[in-house]
Design a protein around this ligand. Structure first.
Ligand SMILES: [Zn+2]
Length: 490
């Protein structure tokens, strides 16, 4: 089956065809780092990271660009409040962003055109922006007034095509700040005159800084070319940000800007919209700290996987509602997945010790069918909710077969394939709890052998002592005709 994507521009699902065979150019609006990263950021970047991973899984070479808006009114205001230079402020919160995104297992942006995958900062593209602004003035799409430059939306045919609104709808749909200098309230700023004491760059129109919209048009043009395969962002960016990006870019190049526009839904908190004014914006750092202490499950990076699993449990276009119970459910699901995979590992280590060859099975019909089902769900506009249902079905099937010796080669193969789906596509990094890997692992194996020896010697007190040690470490100990069998306590 071919991949189908919901395209906001067409307001329907369409078959995906990239401009260049096997390559995808993808741009996602990045953050304005003036505060800690929150759940809304997590939703957006987990969504597009998963989309990118799936495209890569399907064989596309994906060039993924995500910008940093490192100069902005909000940054200037916050830098005055924290009394540090704007550059330091945006860098500080950018570093904060990187830390939490790593915990969510978000892939680093990969910019093949540069040596390092350094995220492009708006302030590094001021000259290119000025060039485009000047061209827009020359072409009659923009005008300079009193040190600022505005884009004249009525000059651009097709304004409103993305948000599916007419001019009347736009006026009533958004709060429009009346600025004297604008010819039309809907016109938007391309170059903003600097106020006293604000950072500025010299320009033909006077000292100032770029408007937000022109940053994305410029960086995507510069780094990906005139037409993008996919442009993504939160649904709140459709109007006016993305509408304005289309107007500027297409007015400038005369070519189609984006083939597939993709937008992720909101995060709500107990069914209320997350917003600064309601005071219900959850910082990721706080969430990680709180639930890490609450869950005490594995190591710290596991909490990032649990949040990611929670976010993927809804289709990316649906709103996702956050509250404690939901995260608790995601934890249970993740624990079940991890412990199942560990149980398989414990079993086949037993078997390998006894000299079994478990690599005799390289392909299996049942597993292939499950993977097909998973791909089918992802091909349908990246339906991770359905894909996760397939994962759970797969996990249940594995659980049914655990402990049955003849299924060991199947279980080993199933475990490998499952980790492939989780890690490569859903970005859920499965990590063993330490069993069989580190010091604890060595201790466990030793306990297991000692206990088997004790049972051979009919030394029951010693056998019971070791059993209780293993139980303290979180294992269920079973005595089978093949010897001691360990499972993770669920
Ligand atoms: Zn943007």
């Amino acid at each position: 089956m071919s991949l189908v994507i919901y395209n906001t521009l067409k307001a329907k699902k369409e078959e995906f065809n990239s401009l260049n065979k096997n390559k995808v150019n993808m741009y996602v609006c990045g953050v304005t780092p003036y505060g800690p990263a929150h759940l809304g950021h997590a939703r957006c970047y987990v969504t597009f990271d998963t989309i990118r991973r799936y495209l890569e899984y399907k064989g596309y070479k994906v060039k993924y660009i995500q910008n940093i808006t490192d100069i902005d009114d909000k940054i200037i205001k916050q830098s005055q409040q924290e009394n540090i230079p704007w550059k330091d402020l945006s860098e500080k919160y950018w570093q904060d962003y990187i830390v939490v995104m790593n915990k969510l297992n978000i892939k680093d942006m990969d910019c093949y055109s540069s040596v390092t995958s350094r995220y492009p900062r708006a302030t590094e593209y001021i000259q290119e922006m000025q060039k485009i602004i000047q061209a827009l003035i020359d072409k009659g799409f923009a005008y300079a007034v009193d040190g600022s430059v505005y884009f004249s939306v009525r000059k651009f045919n097709g304004y409103g095509q993305l948000s599916h609104r007419d001019f009347e709808g736009m006026r009533s749909g958004v709060r429009i700040k009346i600025e004297e200098a604008k010819k039309d309230p809907l016109d938007f700023v391309l170059w903003k005159k600097a106020k006293e004491g604000e950072p500025f760059w010299p320009s033909p129109w006077g000292p100032g800084r770029p408007g937000w919209h022109i940053e994305c048009s410029t960086m995507s043009l510069k780094l990906l070319g005139e037409t993008l395969d996919i442009h993504g962002g939160g649904a709140d960016l459709i109007f006016p940000h993305h509408e304005n990006e289309i107007a500027q870019s297409e007015a400038y190049t005369g070519k189609k800007f984006v083939n597939y526009w993709m937008h992720n839904g909101f995060v709500t908190i107990n069914k209320e919209k997350m917003s600064k004014s309601l005071g219900n914006v959850f910082n990721l750092k706080d969430i990680f700290e709180k639930y890490q202490n609450l869950f005490k499950f594995y190591n710290e990076s596991q909490i990032g996987q649990i949040v990611r699993l929670f976010l993927l449990s809804q289709h990316y276009r649906s709103p996702v509602d956050f509250f404690d119970d939901k995260l608790e459910q995601a934890k249970k699901n993740w624990k079940k997945i991890c412990f199942t995979l560990e149980d398989v590992e414990l079993d086949y280590h037993n078997a390998i010790e006894k000299g079994y060859d478990l690599d005799i099975l390289r392909q299996d019909e049942i597993i292939d069918k499950i993977i097909n089902e998973f791909e089918h769900a992802m091909d349908d506009d990246f339906n991770t909710a359905r894909a996760l249902a397939v994962v759970h079905k797969f996990i249940n099937l594995i659980n049914e077969r655990i402990g049955i010796e003849e299924h060991l080669p199947w279980l080993k193969l199933a475990r490998e394939k499952m980790i492939g789906l989780l890690d490569n596509i859903l970005g859920l990094k499965y990590m063993v709890s330490g069993v069989l890997r580190d010091f604890d692992g060595i201790k466990i194996i030793k306990y297991k052998k000692d206990r088997e020896q004790a049972r051979k010697n009919k030394d029951w007190p010693e056998s019971d002592r070791i059993r209780s040690e293993l139980e303290k470490m979180g294992f269920v100990v079973e005595d089978t005709p093949q010897g001691t069998r360990l499972r993770r306590k669920r």
